[in-house]
Design a binder for this molecule. Sequence first.
Ligand code: SAH
Length: 248
Amino acid sequence: MGPGDAVQMTGRAREALSVSDVIFGYRTYLKLLREEFPGKELRESGMMKEVERCRDAIRTAVSGRKVALVSSGDAGVYGMAGLVLELLRDRKGGEGEIDLEIVPGVSAAQAAASLLGAPLMNDYALISLSDLLTPWETIVRRLHGAGAGDFVVVLINPRSRSRREQIVEAKRILLEYREGKTPVGIVRSALRGESGVVLTDLDRMLDHEIDMLTTVIVGNSETIRFGDVMVTKRGYGKDKNVKTKNEK
Ligand code: SAH
C-alpha cells in the first residue's frame, strides 16, 4: 500500500484493493485505508500475529472470496509476501487453488529518501535492527559488512520501546568506518500525514527522536549535504578527460 498517504499508492494496488471483498492487515495500516475503501470488510490484527493473519487470508481466498492482504510499503520488503508464499507451499494439496498476485509498492527507504534529497543514488544496504526474527550477531555482521563496503545504510525498525540499544550499537559500528560528520537523515512517517524530517550527522544522530515509525539513512563517503538536502554523488561530475590507466 506504499508508505501511507493515499496518493502514494500505485494504480495497480488501488485496483486490487477496489476489486477485493475483504482486506486483511495490521491495525495501523487498515486505519489508513478505511476512508479510501468504504464498504470493504476489514479484518484487522495486531503486531506479531502475522502467521495467523496470512493463514486466515489464505483460508478466506480458498473459500472463494477476493482477498487483499496489505503490507505497508512494498509487500516483498519485510512484508507479508514471503510468508504467504511459504504457507502456500506448505499446504497439503487438494484444498483448492488460489490465484496470487504480488503488487509492488513504494518502500519506506524510497519514501524517506525522496524527502531527504537523493541519498540512495548509489549502492545501499537496507538493514533492519529488529532482532525478533534475525539474531543480533547476524545484524552486527551485516552492519560491519555495509560499513566496510562503503554502502549507504538504510536502517529500519531502528528502535522500539523495549529495544533501545541497537541503534546506539549501529552508530558505534558505522563510526568505525566513516567520519562523524557523515550526513544522516532521519525521517518519521514519510509520506504519511505530517512527515518529520531531520538532517544531521553520524556524531549527533542520537540527539533526535528515533522510533518504530522512523527510517534512518546514513550516508557513505560520497554523501554530501547542502542546504536542506543530502545527496550521494554518483560520479557524474567527474572530469571525463582524466583517463584511468585501463582507458589509455
Ligand atoms: N514493507 C515495508 C517495511 C516494513 S518494516 C516497506 O517496504 O516499507 C517497518 C519499518 O519500516 C518501520 O519500523 C520503519 O522503520 C519503516 N517504515 C515503514 N513505513 C515508514 C514511513 N512511512 N516512514 C518512515 N519509516 C517507515
